[in-house]
Design a protein around this ligand. Structure first.
Ligand code: FDA
Length: 539
């Protein structure tokens, strides 16, 4: 039998719950009413693009762009409303009503945030899903383009290829990644050694601030323009559109993929790769992916290194280059395929050679699984013993896992650390992404796999960057520190901020204080404004 105290507590909980549900329902209704009032000033009706939980499309719209299934469970907090704007006046309305009713906005472009920050929040929120705002306008004559944030990088690449075989844009490898988040955090891809990141190639932007004002590079000023190119998404306002500089590309490029298992000397090859990959000709990009193979067959299971490469030129030039710089890999002509740049985009997204480039227009995520990732930067080659220690971990049960090693050098090492907020430049020989996947449902499976990833991260400590142990904001990792829901001190935010942005964190906080002092645009790892006089004085 329950004691009177337990009964009282249960009653109290029911009471609190019913009050908070009523408050939420009111907030929700008031918010909807506000949107419909605002809509009267809009160029097109907003009512068609508001999805409340009782709308039959609410669930499918919410789930469509959820890349990480870890945040697609029944207990994941859901938005009060999803708005899918058709024009910029709808975004203005959503900002204005969210401000009036104290509701948080989560902005979603492609939905690939590793920690689900574009569609999950612990406090009442709406999702502003930009998927309808995805036009791409290419100007071949000036080698520039305007791309709306709701486009995916696959759509962008497709539109470029429609117009030219010799223009390209440096961006990531997964076509369904959204331009909005990707450009806001950096944007690594196969062209980085020659042309840098996506954010390095942004030359203008259209931006909406917390008052619904639309600014371009000139009217926002160089500080804010600097901050939105790599300072992480959703800290300053909403980037509506980006003007980018397209880069020249040969009409034929060459790709190859070579797998080597431990038994085929993989550890020695990776050890060697660490010494040369960042020094290679800047037209040559060779990344390495470590993964386990045949895990379900005890007698055949092993670990392999996959050398996955793009060369900006033909096979005839590549073979002598490889013989000179990395003969140990034993590359021969038969390993290589020449193709157009757009075909190489498909190749790196794992489509079979010959697939139609129309698949780039499909926004459906290529894989849907739960995952946890962590990033690291390497400054000195890891010893063979160190590599063996990492590889041993692939034999553990939870290690449904890949370690992706992306070479530095070339343009990446020429750009100054402070040119944009993304600071990881000269001095790094490669970047690591560790990513563990699982398909089992439930909290227990998640804890097991995440626990495994954290142990690996601890093991890697002596081999990677220190003071700070640097991380890439687009591989968002809430383990490295989070903000409070309300005010967060500079010191608290520095814990994660300095890892993502090094000394640039300081300037980002200054920009934030200027453009959004009330911290309207915020999330667990948004740049905080300096909130108190004490902080300002100490600064
Ligand atoms: P999403 O919509 O989830 O947004 C991410 C963050 O940016 C959120 O905080 C969001 O609120 C904010 N945001 C989005 N649009 C905004 C806007 N218009 N204005 C202001 N804030 C906005 N990275 C890389 O560099 N190279 C790569 O090859 C890959 N590959 C890759 C593959 C896969 C399968 C995944 C899941 C992720 C990657 N990434 C990557 C990481 C990717 O660059 C990163 O997750 C981006 O932030 C994703 O941008 P989305 O717009 O898709 O995400």
């Amino acid at each position: 039998m329950r004691s009177p105290t337990t009964k009282l507590l249960s009653l109290l909980l029911v009471f609190i719950f019913s009050i908070s549900s009523t408050v939420l329902a009111h907030t929700h209704e008031d918010f909807l009413q506000c949107l419909s009032l605002q809509s009267q000033n809009s160029t097109s009706s907003i009512s068609k693009v508001i999805y409340a939980p009782n709308n039959s499309s609410y669930s499918s719209i919410l789930h469509f762009s959820i890349q990480n299934q870890r945040f697609n469970t029944t207990s994941t907090p859901k938005p009060l409303v999803i708005v899918t704007p058709l024009d910029e006046s709808h975004i203005q309305a959503a900002i204005s009503c969210s401000k009036q009713h104290g509701i948080q906005i989560r902005v979603r472009s492609g939905g690939h945030d590793y920690e689900g920050l574009s569609y999950v929040s612990e406090i009442p929120f709406i999702i502003l899903d930009l998927a309808n705002l995805r036009s791409v306008t290419i100007d071949v004559e000036t080698s520039t383009a305007w791309v709306q944030s709701g486009a995916t990088i696959g759509e962008l690449s497709y539109r470029i290829a429609e117009k030219s075989r010799t223009l390209a844009f440096p961006a990531g490898l997964c076509p369904t990644v959204g331009v909005g988040g990707h450009f806001s955090g950096g944007g690594y891809g196969t062209l980085m050694r020659k042309h840098g990141l996506s954010a390095d190639n942004v030359i203008d932007a259209r931006f909406m601030d917390m008052n619904g004002r639309i600014l371009d590079r000139k009217s926002m000023g160089e500080d804010l323009f600097w901050a939105i190119r790599g300072g992480g998404g959703a800290s300053f306002g909403i980037i509506l559109e980006w003007k980018i500089k397209l880069v020249p590309i040969p009409s034929n490029v060459t790709v190859f993929t070579i797998h080597k298992t431990v038994e085929q000397n993989a550890i020695k090859l990776v050890h060697r790769w660490q010494h040369i990959a960042h020094k290679l000709d800047e037209n040559l990009f060779i990344r390495v992916i470590i993964s386990r193979v045949n895990f379900s067959q005890p007698e055949n299971k092993t670990t392999q290194a996959t050398f996955n490469s793009l060369y900006l030129g033909g096979i005839d030039e590549l073979i002598p280059l490889m013989q000179q710089s990395f003969p140990e890999l034993g590359l021969v002509e038969q390993d290589c395929t020449e193709m157009s740049w757009i075909e190489s985009v498909l190749y790196f997204a794992d489509y079979p050679i010959g697939e139609s480039i129309d698949v780039l227009l499909d926004r459906t995520p290529l894989v849907r699984a739960s995952f946890k990732a962590k990033s690291d930067y390497v400054k000195e080659p890891i010893s063979e013993t160190g590599l063996k220690g990492i590889w041993k971990r692939f034999h553990e049960k939870e290690a449904q896992f890949a370690q992706i090693m992306t070479p530095y050098g070339g343009r990446m090492s020429e750009i100054a650390e402070s040119a944009i907020p993304f600071p990881h430049r000269a001095g790094n020989i490669y970047k690591i992404q560790n990513i563990v996947y699982w398909v089992e449902e439930g909290a227990e499976a998640a804890e097991r796999h995440i626990g495994w990833m954290r142990r690996l991260y601890r093991y890697m400590t002596p081999y990677v960057s220190k003071g700070p142990r640097a991380a890439y904001v687009n591989y968002r990792d809430l383990d490295i520190g989070v903000n409070n829901n309300g005010n967060t001190s500079y010191e608290q935010a520095s814990i994660w901020g300095v890892k993502y942005f090094k000394n640039n964190f300081h300037r980002l906080v200054h920009v934030k204080t200027k453009v959004d002092p009330g911290n309207f645009f915020r999330h667990e790892q948004s740049i905080p404004p300096l909130t108190s006089w004490r902080e300002k004085k100490e600064d």
